[in-house]
Design a protein. Structure first.
Length: 188
């Protein structure tokens, strides 16, 4: 058991019979006789819905252990992604809905950390940025403008890029925001 003031991002808890993953937790100490409160953004592990709630800082919560394993991505089908533990060769299926929109950026043999709660995969941890080649976009326009144009990446994902990007360029993409960050300099 932990108190609500001890909540940290990445933990898993049980509250009112439901299991949640803590996406963000912010403790606010009270003043005078007022007790503190912890504001938390939670994701229900059964329904994948999000919930924001304020807990009294002294409220007791049941902490659930989160196991983290490094798995290798194998392949994906319509709604499942398949990973393998490189040490035991055990395969794990993870629904694309659990992975989220970042599933488009999975590449064969990519190694990622996967979080498990009670033996069930609940979250795949991606790197903050990935480098991907632009497969198709409109011809480049060189002007001092912050306008954007659509581009299709080699993995099939679509993002908005600056006007000077051309087909074949390698770009860095922020996977949290699913946005273009910058162009990668390559030796040509």
């Amino acid at each position: 058991m932990i108190t609500a003031s001890q909540l940290r991002t990445g933990m898993a808890i049980k509250y009112e019979g439901q299991k949640y993953k803590v996406l963000a937790a912010d403790y606010h100490p009270g003043q005078g006789k007022m007790g503190g409160a912890t504001h938390a953004r939670l994701q229900n592990l059964s329904t994948a819905t999000f919930w924001e709630h304020s807990f009294r800082s002294d409220l007791k919560l049941e902490e659930i252990r989160v196991d983290r394993h490094t798995l290798e991505f194998l392949y994906a089908d319509a709604d499942q992604c398949y990973f393998m533990n490189p040490e035991s060769y055990e395969q794990t299926e993870i629904e694309k809905s659990v992975i989220g929109p970042q599933a488009e950026f999975l590449l064969p043999a990519m190694k990622l950390s996967v979080e498990f709660v009670e033996g069930r995969p609940v979250h795949v941890l991606f790197p903050e940025f990935v480098q991907v080649s632009v497969a198709d976009t409109a011809p480049p326009i060189h002007q001092q403008d912050s306008a954007l144009k659509p581009a299709r990446l080699e993995n099939g994902a679509n993002i908005m890029v600056p006007l000077f990007i051309k087909t074949g360029d390698v770009v860095r993409v922020d996977l949290q925001a699913m946005k273009y960050m910058d162009r990668v300099k390559t030796d040509r």
